[in-house]
Design a protein around this ligand. Structure first.
Ligand code: NOJ
Length: 543
């Protein structure tokens, strides 16, 4: 397989630095910890890792509030640690993608501090969206926009002006109409490209440009933007102007050797609209959240797969697939509820709890289905262990700003961010040498520890290893999906297609279905005694 355009079929493993591995024992993961566990990624057989932010930050939004784009937060290490991580990854043939957060800075960033000090009308304020308010005394925000984390998207400063923050108050939105802002990020790209990164995950890629004049928008913030809402595109998302930014970045990436890539975090629907981010001169990939959100029914999954493939086809891009990340309930728990049950706001101790066994069974089936699809797939640390969400975290330890900004209505994302278990019998399950972790781990996670699953037939980790091996051996990532027109597609509860020599069947129904003759290469669960495919199970066959 051509090493060129490696990202077209890559399996990319998301490392959440706070929660992956803690080398210094302070309870928070770090870069040295990541380096020490790279062999796990090699063992899994992934192509690359993407690291969520590790830059200097007050950590009001777990590092997505960046105070300095060209350094490493002391909590995570140093630039020298980063260089060592890069070298260790390269040695192992792993590519490295870093996170870029261009929509907003931290309020601790030098630019924002300068803006506060410089006052109204200053050039420093122009780098952000400062406005006067309405009302007798300017006491009302400039418009009705809401923050994604809850509450108004505006905060008033001491001199009476308001600034825009689509996320936390500590994340002021940058003004991308200013050439200086664009120039700064071009330098940041070069800084990390010069250090050898293979690409960038672009945070809030659909948000950089706001509609001129910041027209009012009274609808609630929705996690995925669709022009259907209020019959127009929301003025803060998916504006046409964002694309010029990515064209300029692509020119920079292309000026470096070695297929550097960008993947956009753009919560944009429908698929045709998302495809605009992956036109030939823009990003290489965009996350496919429509797929992630598709309910667990054959019809919904088929539709999500079909519309995703059809969406990118006209622009010649590849599809990406993802089931879990640091912003959503882990799929082993999400799928433990009946289809239609929303876990969007997270899960708390007094919420309905998922059926753990069902969730894991479906998660394994979902993963095997996902890894058979053509394109690039993203894994989130811990999912290879079958790790569920921590659904009973005490509210007192929650750190996601969503929890406080929503007035304690939305639990938020801490449950998927809990440090992962490596060793069943070690303190903090081998997360680090210290006793604790920045979020408490459940008492019963020893059974998910990597050292309990490694090499054990039938374990979730073994299934991932085998799936990634077969995916590579059969070129599934570069293949073509063809729906089978056998009787299977008339079976409303099955998803059934071929990708090259491999036939993939998932049973979403309540009763086993017979499998066609052929060698079963891999299945997400035991087959029925008569060889049939049980409910909530995926099989890969040579048939
Ligand atoms: C998306 C990131 O994935 C999320 O964790 C963060 O809170 C927001 N963007 C704001 O940066």
């Amino acid at each position: 397989m051509s090493p060129l355009l490696w990202w077209r079929d890559a399996v990319i493993y998301q490392v959440y630095p706070r929660s992956f591995a803690d080398a210094d024992g302070d309870g928070m993961g770090d870069l040295r910890g990541i380096t020490s566990r790279l062999d796990h990624l090699v063992e899994l057989g992934v192509d690359a890792l993407w690291m969520s932010p590790f830059y200097p930050s007050p950590q009001h939004d777990a590092g997505y509030d960046v105070a300095d784009y060209r350094d490493v937060d002391p909590r995570f290490g140093t630039l020298a640690d980063f260089d060592k991580l890069m070298a260790a990854a390269k040695e192992r043939g792993l590519r490295v993608i870093v996170d870029l957060v261009p929509n907003h800075t931290s309020s601790d960033h030098a630019w924002f501090q300068e803006a506060l000090a410089a006052g109204p009308g200053s050039h420093a304020r122009d780098r952000y969206h400062f406005r006067k308010g309405f009302g007798v005394d300017g006491e009302l925000p400039p418009n009705g926009w809401q923050s994604v984390f809850g509450g108004p998207a505006w905060t008033r400063v001491a001199d009476g002006e308001w600034y825009l923050h689509l996320f936390d108050t500590s994340q002021p939105d940058l003004n991308w109409d200013l050439p200086e802002v664009r120039a700064m990020f071009e330098d940041v790209l070069r800084f990390w490209l010069d250090r050898g990164v293979d690409g960038f995950r672009v945070d809030v890629a659909h948000g950089l440009i706001k509609e001129t004049g910041l027209p009012d928008w009274t609808a609630a913030q929705v996690p995925i933007t669709s022009p259907g809402a209020e019959h127009r595109t929301p003025p803060m998302w998916d504006q046409d102007g964002v694309h010029e930014v990515y064209r300029s970045w692509r020119r920079i990436l292309d000026s470096y050797p070695g297929d550097r890539m960008m993947v956009g975090e753009a919560w944009v629907a429908p698929a045709e609209r998302l495809a605009r981010y992956v036109r030939p001169d823009e990003m290489n990939q965009a996350f496919n959240f429509n797929y992630l959100m598709a309910p667990w029914t054959a019809a919904d999954q088929r539709e999500a797969i079909e519309s995703s493939l059809a969406g990118v086809e006209p622009v010649g891009a590849i599809c990406t697939w993802v089931l879990s990340n640091h912003d959503v309930v882990r799929h082993a728990s999400r799928l433990g509820f009946p289809p239609g049950h929303s876990t969007q706001g997270g899960i708390g101790v007094d919420d309905p709890q998922p059926d753990e066994a069902l969730g894991l069974r479906r998660a394994r089936a979902a993963t095997l289905l996902m890894l058979s699809l053509p394109g690039s797939a993203y894994l989130y640390q811990g999912e290879e262990l079958g790790l569920p969400e921590h659904t009973t975290l005490p509210d007192a330890v929650r750190q996601d700003p969503t929890w406080t900004r929503s007035g304690h209505e939305v639990r938020g994302r801490d449950g998927c961010r809990v440090p992962i278990p490596w060793e069943a019998d070690a303190p903090s399950y081998g997360f680090g040498p210290g006793a604790g972790a920045w979020l408490p781990q459940p008492a019963d996670w020893a059974r998910f520890a990597a050292d309990r699953e490694r090499g054990v037939p039938g374990s979730t980790m073994s299934m991932y290893v085998e799936a990634l091996r077969l995916r590579r051996a059969n070129g599934l990532g570069r293949g073509t999906l063809t729906w089978t027109d056998a009787a299977w597609n008339e079976a409303p509860d099955a998803v059934d297609f071929r990708n090259g020599a491999v036939r993939v069947i998932t049973n979403f129904g309540a009763a086993p279905i017979p499998l066609p003759p052929g060698e079963v290469l891999l299945a997400s669960g035991d087959l029925a005694a008569d060889g049939g495919l049980p409910p909530d199970t995926t099989a890969w066959l040579r048939a």
